[in-house]
Design a binder for this molecule. Structure first.
Ligand code: HEC
Length: 123
């Protein structure tokens, strides 16, 4: 009986280990993937196009930190950007995501704007 309990405990431990690893692999951008792909534009612009528009993670972090106004966005707020036309009209959709998935969580101390921007640039 004791042995069975120990095996069950070991199995439970291994299973939580797997779940934890998946959570880490999903990372800070896990929820962003519903709309963003790395190489291809989808509901939102690709991470590669975001990287090209902002140049570096610190610039993106700064725009987030200053409130992410549409006019400050390097894609939806910049008529010179190749993806402006496609995404300018969708700016409201990202504003809602910014509030919920980014701003609120940074305020709660879950991560920093810089850490999230670094992850977007690591893709
Ligand atoms: C429900 C869909 C959706 C989700 C989820 C989402 N986005 Fe977006 N995102 C969009 C859309 C649509 C745009 C284009 C409009 C815009 O650029 O403002 C966009 C644009 C962006 C831009 C470019 C802004 C610009 O115009 O310069 C960045 C950066 C960005 N998203 C980051 C993220 C990150 C990081 C996450 C996850 C924390 C995320 N998004 C989650 C839909 C989404």
């Amino acid at each position: 009986m004791k042995k069975i309990l120990m095996i069950a405990a070991a199995a439970a431990f291994m299973m939580t280990g797997v779940v934890a690893t998946e959570a880490v692999a999903g990372g800070l951008t896990g929820k962003c993937k519903a709309c963003h792909k790395v190489d291809k534009n989808a509901t939102g612009p690709s991470f590669k196009n975001i990287q090209a528009a902002y140049g570096d993670a610190a610039t993106l972090a700064k725009v987030w930190e200053s409130g992410f106004a549409v006019a400050d966005r390097h894609i939806a707020g910049n008529p010179c950007n190749a993806n402006y036309k496609k995404y300018h009209k969708k700016a409201k959709m990202m504003s809602a995501q910014y509030k919920k998935l980014i701003h609120k969580r940074v305020e709660a101390g879950k991560f920093t704007y810089q850490a999230l921007a670094d992850e977007v640039f690591s893709k």
